[in-house]
Design a protein around this ligand. Structure first.
Ligand code: FE
Length: 230
C-alpha cells in the first residue's frame, strides 16, 4: 500500500464549532462535505479527544464556517493547534451565537452552516457526525481555501489529531541548502529560501537572523521552540 495516494484526495479548510450549554469551542477541520440535498445534509469527521467532539455529543449540533483563501496562517493555527481546554479561542475574534446557542466564527469566513446531528458513526480515533442543515448564510463573496492551497502555498501543517494526518508528511525534506528549522509544537518548517514574507521575513533570511519577536506563523510558538531540521 502507498499511503501517499491519499494526498490526492481534495479537501477544504473549515472551522467546526459547537457548544455545551453556555461554553463554546471550535476547531479546524478539513473533512466537511455535503452528503445529501433533500434535506440538506452534511458530514464531518472529528477526533474523539477534541473538546469540540465532547461539545457536539452534548448539544447534538455544530456549525461550519467556510474559510476564505487568504485566511492568515496564525488564525488557522489558533483554531487548529490550540485546545479549547487551555485557551479561549473566541476571545479576540468575531463570532456570533445562533438562536440554538451554537457559535459561528465570522472572521475570514465566506459563509456558515449550522446542523443538527442525526447520525454518528464510530471510526476508531474519530467520529463521523452527520447533520441536517438548520441554518445557513453567506457572509461575503470570495474564494474558499482548499487544503492543497493551505499546504502547498501557505505551507501550513496538519496536527496528528486530524483525520487525514499521514506520518510520511512529517518532517518534510525539500530542496535548498540553508539550514531549515522545525517548530516542535506544530511541525511547521521554516525554510530560509522562502522566508516568511507575510510576517516581514524576506526570502533568504537565515533562521539566526530572524528577529526574536518573530513567532511561528502557524501556532504562535516563539523561536526557542524551533529545532534544526534534518
Ligand atoms: Fe508552530
Amino acid at each position: 500500500m502507498d499511503p501517499n495516494v491519499l494526498h490526492n484526495i481534495s479537501y477544504g479548510i473549515y472551522i467546526v464549532s459547537s457548544n455545551k450549554n453556555e461554553a463554546i469551542n471550535g476547531q479546524i477541520a478539513n473533512t466537511v462535505f455535503q452528503v445529501a440535498s433533500e434535506p440538506a445534509t452534511i458530514a464531518v469527521s472529528i477526533n474523539k479527544e477534541n473538546l469540540t467532539h465532547e461539545f457536539m455529543l452534548s448539544s447534538s449540533q455544530f456549525s461550519v464556517s467556510i474559510l476564505e483563501e487568504n485566511t492568515p496562517l496564525n488564525f488557522i493555527g489558533l483554531f487548529g493547534f490550540r485546545s479549547g481546554r487551555t485557551a479561549d479561542k473566541f476571545k479576540d475574534i468575531k463570532f456570533k451565537k445562533l438562536s440554538s446557542g451554537c457559535p459561528v466564527v465570522l472572521d475570514n469566513t465566506l459563509g456558515y452552516i449550522e446542523a443538527r446531528i442525526v447520525k454518528k458513526l464510530d471510526c476508531g480515533t474519530h467520529t463521523l457526525f452527520v447533520g441536517e442543515m438548520t441554518e445557513s448564510a453567506m457572509v461575503k463573496a470570495g474564494k474558499p481555501m482548499t487544503y492543497e492551497y493551505y499546504h502547498m502555498i501557505k505551507r501550513g501543517t496538519t496536527p496528528k489529531s486530524a483525520p487525514t494526518f499521514i506520518k510520511e508528511e512529517l518532517p518534510g525534506k525539500k530542496e535548498g541548502t540553508m539550514q531549515k528549522y522545525r517548530c516542535v509544537v506544530c511541525n511547521y518548517i521554516y525554510d530560509p529560501a522562502a522566508g516568511d514574507p507575510d510576517n516581514g521575513v524576506q526570502p533568504g533570511t537565515p533562521f539566526e537572523k530572524i528577529p526574536d519577536t518573530w513567532v511561528c506563523p502557524v501556532c504562535g510558538a516563539d523561536k526557542s521552540q524551533f529545532v534544526k531540521e534534518g
